[in-house]
Design a protein around this ligand. Structure first.
Ligand code: FES
Length: 349
């Protein structure tokens, strides 16, 4: 189920001193597998000293081409992001899992007027969404509120400027810089005043059909709160968390004892015992079951399974809706069993 495919790096573009755009070529036989919707992400697998590392990166290019691009920002202590920014070369072959994710824009929807709020590397899925909307829907308008420290640290700055020139009457960008004062930018961070300025002042006549928010948790909460106060319906707000919670997940008090667990994956059933204090995904991987996962931090949605018998608790969940949780969906990387018997199914999600 964790299906990785070898893809060749065909282009590298330095976006900022600390970030790089990596373009992969998709060979003909893999085109159906690597079809994606604007806003989705891929997972890359790499080995450092024999230890497997997986990282999820959003696709920044628009769908429908025989190549796609991701943007990788260097995280000072990040193993893969440092490697990607300093070692990867054109011609390298990387193991890549097909695109997935629920933060998507559908050009067939009636979302003609879009507003996107992005901070830092949260721009990557938004780049794909805004290009897709502008290219595929001639009637569409897109407003982007994009926060960074300064111009130099702004990923895709040039591409965004070019898009504003190409779509002068349909694409509007509001830069927000926290460490440099620029004539055409707001100073500070994306906060309630910035969001209200855009929605209630600069674009007060416009009704947006969809609001896309991507960045750190605090920024997502701020924007979301402003939109809810403005009576924007929840089904018009789409969020993607781009860094794990600033406050690390607080492990729940773990129960003593063990659970008999059955796991269905690719029509096969595996049964074993695990400690209730252990995370489900860890226990499954310990059994050498090839379950899907990527971030292991409750941020992506790769590890979703369905509970068909028994119960779990999750340390954190930024992804599943209340309805999905009621239907039994869980993030296995965040879930502990709380019953003596538990059955989960990766195929039925
Ligand atoms: S592996 Fe990303 S949410 Fe579980």
């Amino acid at each position: 189920m964790s299906e990785f495919h070898p893809l060749k790096v065909v282009q590298l573009d330095r976006l900022t001193p600390n970030s790089v755009a990596i373009t992969f070529e998709v060979p003909d036989q893999l085109k159906p597998v690597f079809e994606f919707k604007a806003g989705q992400y891929i997972t890359i697998r790499h080995y450092f000293d024999g230890k497997e590392v997986r990282r999820a990166y959003s696709i920044s290019s628009a769908p429908g081409h025989d190549r796609f691009t991701i943007g990788v920002k260097k995280v000072p202590s990040g193993l893969f992001s440092v490697y990607a920014n300093t070692e990867i070369k054109v011609g390298d072959i990387m193991d890549v899992m097909p695109p997935e994710g629920r933060f998507v824009y559908d050009p067939g929807s009636n979302a003609n007027h879009i507003i996107a709020y992005a901070a830092g590397s949260g721009i990557t899925p938004i780049m794909s969404i805004l290009q897709t909307a502008l290219e595929s829907q001639p009637e569409s308008t897109v407003v982007l509120l994009y926060g960074n420290q300064n111009k130099e640290e702004t990923m895709f700055y040039k591409d965004i400027e070019e898009l504003s020139k190409l779509y002068t009457d349909r694409f509007f960008v509001q830069w927000v810089f926290s460490r440099s004062r620029e004539e055409d930018a707001l100073f500070g961070r994306i906060e309630a005043s910035t969001v209200n300025f855009i929605n209630r002042n600069k674009f007060k006549e416009r009704v947006f059909d969809a609001h896309y928010i991507c960045g750190p948790e605090s920024m997502i909460k701020t924007v979301n709160t402003c939109l809810v106060e403005k009576d924007i319906k929840a089904d018009r707000i789409f969020t993607e968390l781009f860094t794990s919670s600033e406050t690390a997940a607080v492990p729940l008090p773990t129960e003593d004892g063990s659970t008999e667990i059955s796991v269905t994956l690719d029509d096969e059933e595996f049964t074993f015992r695990m400690k209730k204090g252990q995370l489900l995904l860890d226990a499954v991987l310990d059994q050498d079951i090839d379950a899907p996962y990527s971030c292991q931090g409750g941020v992506c949605s790769t590890c979703i399974a369905k509970v068909t018998e028994g119960q779990v608790t999750m340390e954190q969940n930024q992804i599943l809706t209340d309805g999905e949780v009621e239907d039994g969906l869980i993030l296995t990387c965040q879930a502990h069993p709380t019953t003596d018997v538990l059955k989960i199914d990766y195929d039925d999600v």
